[in-house]
Ligand binder design. Sequence first.
Ligand code: KG4
Ligand code: ZN
Length: 344
Amino acid sequence: MAIILGLESSCDETAAAIVRSDRTILAHALAGQEDHHRAFGGVVPEIAARAHAELMTPLVQAALADAGMTLDDIDAIAATAGPGLIGGVMVGLVTAKALAMATGKPLIAVNHLEGHALSPRLVDADLAFPYLLLLVSGGHCQLLRVNGVGDYNRLATTIDDAVGEAFDKTAKILGLGFPGGPAVERAAANGNAGAVPLPRPLKGADEPHFSFAGLKSAVLRAHETGQYRVEDIAASFQQAVVDCLLDRLRYSVDRMESLPALVVAGGVAANEAIRTMLADFATARGMRFVAPPLWLCTDNGAMIAWAGAERFAAGLTDGLDFVARPRWPLDPNAAPARGAGVKA
Ligand code: KG4
Ligand code: ZN
């Protein structure tokens, strides 16, 4: 059995975790950086990179201490090598390279999106390939066919904003603070989802992709009228997101061979309304629904260690010359989607 140390630093969470290939999470240490970025209403890349540099080594030490281990017990060192804020990615990757070089253990360069994509398999031993994955995070909104480790077909992506980005911008417009997703969900719990007329971008469109930019603009316009309660706008926005995701999911599922499981991953997968809609959809289509626990949805080290474990088991390790990648699509062969701000 292999024991993998995994490091994550692609956005505003610094994390280190130790996972064994039998799915045992031996330790996971995480430090959020909300306090560093709150005053700016969003993640400031340079501040994030500096915070990662300060936090990473103590977190690795904490994870080893929690597991009662030393580096001698580790079989390979995995780190997010992209995509993400490049300064932060470099901190985690360089730390992993230094540890790999000092110990002579292999390095595994993990695609952050693969970390999210494989995370459900860390908690569900029965989840076999292939499965249908809705990946919804701060930077991405994609529907993927997960064929195996390192093997993905991108079925759909957003042509403008990512869904988490739409949550974050809505929170900012409504003055709900940062980070935005959980704040919008909390406000929505006290609101009327039918109170504010908002669009459902691309609903019914004869293409598979997602779009959220128009929804965000509509939230701004609704808020500026001064007619609506913040809670009602939040609830109406969340309902619009649920409706769009469902419509787009239905479009793709109607046009592909049936897969045994529908899986959701990424930070937005922490949203209860979205999880409920997906669970209902899966049931209606005779698919099993798998969603990681909330802490495993948002960025963390365990998902990187687990992706490292999967890659290690497949014999996939990387050289110390691996270069951090700001952009790194899971499916390099996907046809480009229209739209200026396409998130690969
Ligand atoms: O996967 P993640 O932690 O980082 C990225 O790789 O982007 O996702 C962060 C995103 C943020 O946009 C955050 O607002 C959103 O996930 N998020 C949520 C919730 N919790 C986090 N969005 C909606 N509802 C939530 N409960
Ligand atoms: Zn993420």
